[in-house]
Design a protein around this ligand. Structure first.
Ligand code: ATP
Ligand code: MG
Ligand code: MG
Length: 552
């Protein structure tokens, strides 16, 4: 269960229902363009649209906004559906496509032309820009604006028939070239694109614009609340103008909310695609990517993402959320739910000289400190174990609560031992630490009353399994990588991935299912990689550290 946070749209819809302005069901839609993978920002829109429908017992449609055939593909369509379902949402009815409505939209275009509210314009793109005017200067009427309805109907039919080249003409609404709102200065409704479309094939060589498609699709589907991000606020008068002047079957309303921005990341499909295309990351689902598929591979849970956006809330004022809040949410989730395990990522061999050579002592350990339902695991203790290299020092002051030569430490879930000697190689590097263990210290302090200062994790050298661990960190080392004109690629964190190939894990961990999460004690939260992990060659990805190492 996710605690409901502040959400002005929820209040607004409740008012619509209570006042009787809305009769019947609440119907929302999530309208991705299939030109990339979904990212965290989309997750906000998904949680909002599907969440509102769920909350009011209504429906949410999935509609692909597929009016730019060049940039779209089936791969993206499939990935988007998988990601929405993974987040735990299901759309009402079939998957819909704006392209399902191409024929109806064309009839709507003919309708506008017939009423003298649209015309075919032959201005080049450059001329049109000139005629459009600026924020401070009104635009000028196109010389083609007064074409008759009959001539326009004929030209539109010829546009559809493929008689003209790309860019030769467009269909424009006839509204007001002097409007202070540039979106109303005779906006383009159709342009010629001789491109193959993933849904409609070669049936069309003219494609409707976003503005001509979106509201009409909403109306055709009976959407009651068409929720979009604030940059479409200035498009709302056009949205309403089209709904008013077309014979549409319902009257949807557009509402805007602030897009989700997160620091230390970019949420723009175009920029994410650039990272993929230029090889800065290993695909859309690279665990460092802020895509839903990347977060999934990184070990984020659907609940953590939904909770994150719910906590952030929905407002009309733009703001940026600290990525630490997202990391906090997954840490909290995994602390509660992830079984504990031990993994040594920078191994140093420790020989327990008074432990018999061939003995294996299986020690039980709780899988979780408070979740008995997660059961127990069995840890093999043997004469040789690995500890982290940084957990041993020849000498250290009192603040160092690990193993020091001549001093004692407890092996986690096992015994207290004392370091007595080291073996070094020709360069003086320590290759082994020799210890003696106290067999009376399992779950008890040493008999002499001393209390070992620290507890360190370990893995049996003979019974542990070798593993690869990928230490992921933030992809960008800049708080606002794409602010202003700066090149966001320059802010990539060169240390966003460190691969450790000689890690050791407790044996049962090798059997972990791909995609399952663990807390590696003292190290952080890790997930068995969904693509490359196997029991023969285990691979774990670091989801997040135990605490916020970026905290200022
Ligand atoms: P991008 O800029 O990454 O290409 P987009 O808005 O063009 O994003 P769409 O596929 O059109 O991508 O988005 C589908 C829906 O998700 C839209 O309703 C859009 O407003 C919403 N959305 C996209 N990015 C965000 C964001 N950062 N926060 C909230 N909603 C978003
Ligand atoms: Mg869009
Ligand atoms: Mg876009």
């Amino acid at each position: 269960p996710v605690e409901p946070g502040h959400n002005f749209l929820r209040s607004l819809i409740r008012d619509d229902l209570e006042s009787g302005r809305l009769q019947g069901e609440v119907v929302t839609r999530f309208p991705p363009e299939p030109n990339g993978y979904l990212h965290l920002g989309h997750a906000k829109s998904i949680c909002l649209n599907f969440g509102l429908a769920e909350y009011f017992d209504g429906r949410c449609h999935l509609r692909f906004d597929d009016t730019n055939p060049d940039k779209e593909s089936q791969e993206y369509i499939d990935a988007i559906q998988e990601d929405i379902r993974w987040l735990g949402f299901e759309w009402s009815g079939n998957v819909r496509y704006a392209s399902d409505y191409f024929e109806t939209l064309y009839e709507y275009a003919q309708h506008l032309v017939g009423k003298g509210l649209a015309y075919v314009c032959d201005l080049s793109a450059e001329q049109a820009r000139e005629y459009r005017g600026t924020l401070t200067e009104p635009g000028r009427n196109s010389p083609y604006r007064e074409r008759s309805a009959d001539e326009n109907l004929d030209l539109l039919a010829r546009m559809r028939a493929g008689d003209f080249d790309e860019g030769q003409c467009v269909l424009r609404a006839k509204i007001d070239m002097a409007s202070p709102n540039i979106n109303l200065r005779d906006p383009i409704l159709y342009r010629i694109r001789k491109a193959h479309h993933h849904q409609t094939g070669d049936a069309w060589c003219i494609y409707p614009t976003y503005d001509f498609t979106h509201g009409q699709s909403d109306a055709l589907e009976g959407i009651t609340h068409s929720i979009c991000t604030l940059e479409f606020e200035d498009h709302r008068p056009l949205y309403d103008w089209l709904i008013e002047h077309l014979p549409v079957p319902s009257t949807p309303r557009q509402y805007e909310f602030a897009r989700g921005n997160i620091n230390y990341t970019v949420t723009s499909k175009r920029k994410l695609k650039q990272l993929v295309d230029e090889g800065h990351v290993d695909g859309w689902d690279d665990p460092r990517m802020p895509t839903i598929s990347g977060l999934r591979r990184r070990g984020y849970t659907p609940l953590s993402i939904r909770k994150f956006w719910e906590t952030v809330g929905v407002a009309r004022a733009d703001s940026t959320v600290d990525v630490a809040q997202l990391e906090y949410t997954i840490r909290d989730d995994l602390n509660e739910n992830a079984p504990r395990a031990m993994c040594v990522i920078d191994p140093l061999k420790l020989v327990i000289t008074n432990f018999p050579q061939d003995k294996v002592e299986w020690l039980p350990a709780a899988a979780h400190p408070s979740r008995e339902d997660l059961g127990q695991r069995q840890l093999p203790l043997t004469r040789e174990v690995y500890i982290e290299r940084e957990d041993f020092r020849l000498e250290a002051n009192k603040k160092y609560k690990r193993l020091v030569l001549g001093k004692s430490v407890r092996l986690r879930n096992a015994y207290v031992l004392t370091a007595e000697d080291v073996v070094t190689d020709a360069d003086g590097h320590i290759t082994e630490v020799h210890c003696r263990y106290d067999a009376d210290t399992l779950g008890a302090n040493p008999a002499d009353g001393s209390k070992p200062k620290g507890v360190i994790h370990w893995v049996s050298a003979s019974h542990g399994k070798r593993a690869t661990v990928r230490l992921y960190d933030r992809l960008f080392n800049h708080e606002t990588p794409d602010r202003g004109n700066e090149d966001f690629v320059a802010h990539l964190n060169p240390d966003s991935l460190v691969v450790r190939n000689e890690c050791w894990i407790e044996p049962e961990l090798a059997q972990a299912q791909a995609g399952s999460s663990f807390q590696f004690e003292r190290l952080g939260y890790f997930v068995a990689d969904s693509k490359e992990h196997s029991s023969d060659a285990p691979v774990f990805n670091r989801t997040v550290g135990l605490r916020d190492s970026w905290a200022k």
